[in-house]
Design a protein around this ligand. Structure first.
Ligand code: PEP
Ligand code: MN
Length: 250
């Protein structure tokens, strides 16, 4: 269970979120320090300052840090602070970046491009694996379709399809996959029912003031409820969610 803000905005925002998601049962903290934004005028992230904030949050909570690397030239820097290097959807087919994170060796969370087929996702993963790094997680985060009610369309058949063809763990991102806070908990639970190995969820102390993706971010209370819902669905389908050791009893 990976959770945290879309972007690292400040010390206080990140540490408060880390504490809350840990209490709810998360095992890893997400948060972007280098943000790949559609508009160059949008908040681009705190860069190295953001990485330092994430490392401080790990120090206090023990949560692993998952954060995006957007450029080949930043791989060494991001790897100094991160536990998992996230390759964003926009970079799924940035082959030199894939080779660079492959050579670096830290676990990689590879997000599906919004217009990429699953065969293309698997071939992108091969770039990391071939560079000598076997630690790759695949992430379904929604694809672009004609549907406009949701930000993207979240195809959960991806999960069992990938499980039939690869040993790599499959993570689902119901935040980007739907783009609406109120749709996130049910799609997270559906992903668990579909046998997802992990979830990555956006959480913010005050989603309305978030510098990115507030409309799809959960409050602390909503995230705690999501974990409990997922727990119930997991039990119903004979699975168990591995929560962190100090998580409150669910
Ligand atoms: C993110 O995780 O905040 C993000 C930018 O995701 P994606 O690359 O899937 O759009
Ligand atoms: Mn986001």
């Amino acid at each position: 269970m990976i959770a945290g803000p879309c972007s690292v905005e400040s010390d206080e925002q990140t540490i408060a979120t880390a504490r809350a998601v840990k209490a709810a049962g998360a095992t890893a903290l997400r948060g972007g320090a280098f943000k790949p934004r559609t508009s160059p005028y949008s908040f681009q992230g705190l860069k190295e300052e953001g990485l330092k904030i994430l490392a401080a949050a790990r120090e206090e909570t023990g949560l692993a840090v998952v954060t995006e690397v957007v450029a080949e030239s930043d791989v060494a820097l991001v790897a100094r602070y991160a536990d998992v290097l996230q390759i964003g959807a926009r970079n799924m087919q940035n082959y030199r970046l894939l080779e660079a994170v492959g050579a670096e060796g830290k676990p990689v969370l590879l997000k599906r491009g919004p217009s990429a087929t699953l065969d293309e996702l698997l071939l992108a993963a091969e770039y990391v694996l071939n560079a000598g790094n076997p630690q790759v997680m695949l992430c379904e985060r929604g694809i672009r379709t004609f549907e406009s009610h949701t930000r993207y369309t979240l195809p959960l058949a991806t999960v069992p399809w990938l499980h039939e063809r690869t040993h790599l763990p499959v993570v689902v991102d119901p935040s980007h996959g739907t783009g609406h806070t109120n749709l996130v908990p049910r799609m997270a639970a559906a992903a668990i029912a579909a046998d997802a190995d992990g979830l990555i969820v956006e959480v913010h102390p005050d989603p309305e003031t978030a510098l990115s993706d507030g409309y799809q971010s959960l409050t602390f209370a909503q995230f705690a409820e999501l974990v409990q819902l997922c727990q119930r669905v997991a039990e119903a389908v004979g699975r168990k969610i591995r929560a962190n050791e100090t998580a409150m009893t669910l």
